[in-house]
Design a protein around this ligand. Structure first.
Ligand SMILES: [Zn+2]
Length: 584
């Protein structure tokens, strides 16, 4: 998506940075500039400044800064294009849509307006005499008036024409009303409200637009839940309920539930990082949206069989997308909503406890299998072991694997060795079939913490050499002499290399446990495992290693050029010699 510079200029002009920021924090004049308490980090004295002459902001406390678009990106947690759209809406500008013609842009806007009007209409119904029983229902479910307002809940009247009449009286076109799916045309050509006698949950996108509705029946009308069908502004499979609030919660993880009511109840208890799927099984589009805001999800589904199945499925989908899951285990088979009702005022404290004790994904899977078998029965015991091994063979961390093997050995009274040998058979079978790309976990996270400035290529080259050494240890005689500790710039890699060298000199295996015993903290296990199991390890050969070494040497020389004024004549001489060598 490309937008013109003129467009950006106009957008910034119409969204003056001081005006926009003052919608979020209080600003005080300081000379030519404005200052306030930074919204991005916790502070008592103002170190956040607005420079109107440069149309920019900068925080001396946390180092965040930029223009009005950056500010919106950071504070609303939107991507670039969404931030532009956000500012467009704020200043009543049209967004230059790439593919969409102007007509469809206008239609989209009309549908947003219809949805917003409908949400207001539903909300007013709920507060009127006709909405009395609906309101009572919500109160019985322990929702406060504050929550009802916050989420804009409403009620669709029993009459099948009330919303259509209301929207028509406001001048909206029939076509737009039908296209927004708040109404439909029946066989005899009448236009009828889609929702009637239902509690209405507006679905709001991350930019704050009402894009659709979920409606819960309060009579015996089927289906129990009815959602807006897909429209040009709403795709059910790409939306998440309450993400508009949860994205601003500033908590490191998100809690995913199955329902509107669970989510609203949890928000009311202070868990504002709670979201819900829209009554469907989790979709890739929803996972993608979630992955923009967190890499840890806490699953809080119903305790019944369907809920358990959905949990297992969600764990796998999230894992494939680099998001780790934990599972909240609600005691005595209660649903989140029942749990809240049961514990009343105590529920927030109790729920916090549940989050603290949430099971890791593997643990949950193991618990789940256990419920299916009677391990005192010999036949069951074999089936149970085989299912467990299947799961353990997917664990990438050797230590973790070892711990679970130990647990299983005690539980089943089988020797740890035979469990491990069975496991390695499984692992071989699986790694043959496994999509190689899947072994690549959170690649860049480690380097972000290193605080060292190297190119990605360089980092990868260093890792590739290490991967090769570990996996080809008996034939490294030719390679080892060519590699020196000084080749490695990344401190971690340097340390790992010297650990490998020590192990080789002492004739010891280059496995994770031995490597860790060379002075690594257990936190390093994941990082070392990643290097050991590099998904391209089969393709790394001597030629690749030669190229890696050259690349690193080249980068080292370039770094030296920068420091050339500091080097003494002997170093300079050496440098010129190596330079000549590489040119040959
Ligand atoms: Zn700051």
């Amino acid at each position: 998506m490309s937008v013109s510079e003129e467009f950006i200029r106009e957008l910034k002009y119409k969204n003056n940075i001081s005006d926009v920021v003052s919608g979020y924090i209080d600003l005080k004049q300081k000379g030519k500039n404005l200052a306030g308490i930074c919204p991005f980090h916790i502070e008592k004295t103002a170190s956040f400044f607005i420079y109107p002459s440069n149309e920019s902001f900068y925080c001396f406390g946390c180092g965040k800064g930029g223009d009005v678009i950056t500010f919106i990106r950071l504070i609303e947690k939107l991507d670039y294009v969404e931030s532009l759209k956000f500012l467009c809406q704020r200043s009543n500008m049209n967004f230059p849509e790439d593919e969409l013609s102007n007509d469809s842009y206008k239609q989209k806007m009309a549908i947003y307006k219809i949805n917003r009007e409908s949400a207001k209409f539903f909300h007013n119904n709920l507060c009127s005499l006709q909405g009395k029983s609906a309101l009572e229902y919500l109160k019985k479910r322990n929702l406060s008036l504050k929550s009802i307002k916050h989420f804009g809940l409403g009620y669709s009247l029993e009459s099948k024409f009330s919303l259509v009449n209301f929207l028509s009286s406001k001048g909206y076109f029939q076509k737009d009303i039908i296209d927004s799916n708040v109404a439909y045309k029946n066989r005899s050509g009448q236009i009828i409200d889609r929702f009637s006698n239902r509690i209405m949950f507006p679905i709001i996108d991350i930019r704050g637009n009402v894009v659709g509705f979920g409606g819960r029946s309060i009579s015996n009308n089927n289906p129990k839940y009815l959602n807006t069908a897909d429209t040009i502004v709403f795709k059910k499979s790409d939306n998440i309920f309450a993400m508009n609030f949860a994205k601003n919660s500033n908590l490191k993880n998100l809690i995913l539930t199955e329902g509107y009511m669970d989510t609203i109840s949890l928000h009311q208890m202070g868990f504002t990082n709670t979201i819900a799927t829209l009554g469907t099984a989790l979709t890739p589009g929803q996972v993608k949206l979630i992955s923009r805001y967190t890499d840890e999800i806490i699953l809080c589904f119903d305790s019944d069989a369907a809920g358990q199945k959905a949990t297992l499925r969600a764990i796998d989908i999230f894992k494939q997308n680099g998001i780790s899951s934990k599972v909240i285990l609600i005691p005595s088979g209660k649903d989140p909503d029942e749990f809240i009702k049961y514990y009343k005022d105590e529920s927030a404290v109790r729920f916090k406890e549940l989050i603290k004790n949430a099971a890791a994904d593997i643990e949950y899977k193991l618990l789940n299998i256990k419920t299916k078998y009677d391990i005192n029965d010999a036949g069951d015991k074999i089936k149970y072991t085989s299912e467990i091994l299947k799961i353990l063979s997917n664990i990438e961390n050797d230590i973790e694997k070892d711990i679970y093997c130990g647990k299983l050995s005690t539980e089943l009274n089988i020797s740890k060795e035979s469990i491990k040998s069975q496991l390695s058979k499984y692992f071989k079978k699986i790694s043959k079939n496994k999509n190689k790309e899947n072994i690549l976990p959170h690649t860049l996270g480690y380097y972000a913490k290193d605080n060292q400035d190297f190119s990605l290529k360089r980092i990868k080259a260093e890792e590739t050499i290490l991967t090769y050494i570990i996996n080809n240890y008996d034939i490294t005689d030719n390679i080892l002499p060519k590699v020196s500790e000084n080749l490695f710039g990344v401190n971690f890699n340097k340390k790992l290399y010297s650990a490998l060298k020590t192990l080789i000199l002492n004739n010891r295996d280059l496995n994770l446990n031995n490597i860790l015993s060379e002075g690594f903290e257990v936190e390093s296990a994941g990082r070392i495992t990643k290097i050991i199991c590099d998904y391209k390890r089969e393709y790394i050969n001597k030629q690749v290693i030669k190229e890696c070494i050259l690349l690193i040497e080249h980068e080292n020389q370039r770094a030296k050029i920068k420091d050339i004024q500091d080097i003494n004549s002997a170093e300079l001489k050496n440098y010129i010699i190596t330079l000549k060598k590489t040119k040959q």
